[in-house]
Design a protein around this ligand. Structure first.
Ligand code: FES
Length: 104
């Protein structure tokens, strides 16, 4: 377990996404209310950056901008085609004004 600071909380507004790096991995953050979720910044369909996608706060999902696949950002589960494989999700926590992620 090695949490590293990847961003400040005020860099990401409610319902927004932010691309960051953590231990050399491309990570996408998504904020829904007070919660911040972290997951691989690669769609499992064709590797498009999910940070270009759109978050739906109602079901905590993100839609890939390229072909419209959707993923549950809490579990990584693929919930809409054309993606069939999940994406990795990472432990994420907010400590004061810092967003910390553990990708290991
Ligand atoms: S690359 Fe994401 S849906 Fe195709």
């Amino acid at each position: 377990m090695a949490f590293v600071k990847v961003a400040a909380l005020d860099e990401i507004g409610d319902g927004e996404v932010l691309a960051v790096q953590a231990d050399g991995k491309r990570v996408c953050l998504a904020r829904v209310g007070d919660e911040v979720y972290a997951f691989a910044n690669n769609c499992s369909h064709r590797e498009f950056p999910l940070s270009d996608g759109e978050v739906d706060p109602d079901d905590c999902s993100i839609t890939c901008e390229w072909h419209g696949a959707r993923f549950d950002i809490r579990t990584g589960e693929a919930i809409a085609l054309p993606a069939t494989r999940p994406i990795p999700v990472y432990d994420c926590r907010v400590d004061g004004e810092d967003i910390l992620v553990d990708v290991n």
